[in-house]
Design a binder for this molecule. Sequence first.
Ligand code: HH2
Length: 287
Amino acid sequence: MRPHTLTFGRPVPGAVPDPDGRWRLTWTGTAVMGILNVTPDSFSDGGRHAALDAALHAARRMRDAGVLILDIGGESTRPGADPVPAHTELDRLLPVIRALAGEGVVLSVDTMKPEVAAGALRAGAHLINDVTGLRDPDMVRVCAEAGAPACVMHMQGEPRTMQKNPVYADVVAEVHGFLRAQAARVLAAGVPDVLLDPGIGFGKTLEHNLALLRATHALTAGPHPVLIAASRKRLIDYLAGVPDAAQRDPGSLAIHLHAARQGAALVRAHDAAGHVQALRVQAALEP
Ligand code: HH2
C-alpha cells in the first residue's frame, strides 16, 4: 500500500513538524474524508441549537469511526443549486469549526468563496476544498497566506448549469491536464500542497464520469495525492436505478473501493464509518 503525504504551513492534528517549518500529515492506503453538511433550513429559525448539536454529534461519530479529514460544507454545489451569500455560509460554518477545532481531527472547508475560506481558516479549519479548482486568485492568496493546502477540483461550467450539455474532445486528457496545470500554478503561488480531484458529476455525462474513474490510476501515478468523491451522486442512479440519493451508499462504496485499488489517497463519503470499515478489509486482502 502506498504512503501519502499532505503538507501544511502550520500545525495540524496528526501531522509531524519538519525542519523546514512545515507540518506533514502522512498515511498509508486510502483514507476517508467524511462529509459534514451544515446547510439546514433550521439554521434560520428556532432550530439553530439543535442543528449545531446534530452536526457536532455527526462529526464526532465520523472522527471516532476513523476518518482522516472532515469536510464541512455550508453551501450545496449540487446541479441546479442556488448560491448562498458569504455571510450565510460563514454563519453556518463558524460555530461548527470553532467547536471542532482542537478535537483532534483535520478540518476541511468546502467553499468556493475566498472570504469564507479566510474566515474558516481563522476559526481553526486546516484545508480548503474548492470545487472551482482555485481559479480565483484571491482563493490562492488566502490559502497561501494561511499555510493551508487545497483540494483542486475540475468542473466544467458552474453548478447551476454544468449538467446542461458537457462536451469534451478527450475528457481524461482535458481533466488531468487542467489538474496538473492548476497544481503547478497554485504551488508556485505559495500554497503548501494540493489534493487533486477529477470532479465526478461536475459538468460530466455518465460516460465522462466512467472514463475518469477508469483512468484514476493515470492521475495517482503523478506526484500529488488524489481525492475521489462519488458519494451518493447521480451516476449511481444511472448505473443501478437508485433515484433516492440516501439509498446510494452501496454504489458509492463500490466506486470508492475501485478508486482505492487505483491508488486514490482519499475518498469523500457520507457513510464515513461504512467506508472506513470496507477500506480496512480491502487493504487487508491485498497481497
Ligand atoms: N462534490 C460535492 C461537494 N464537494 N468536493 C470535492 N472535492 N469533490 C466533489 O466531487 C465534491 C465536493 C457535491 O456537493 P453536494 O451536491 O452539495 O453534496 P455533498 O456535499 O452532500 O456531497
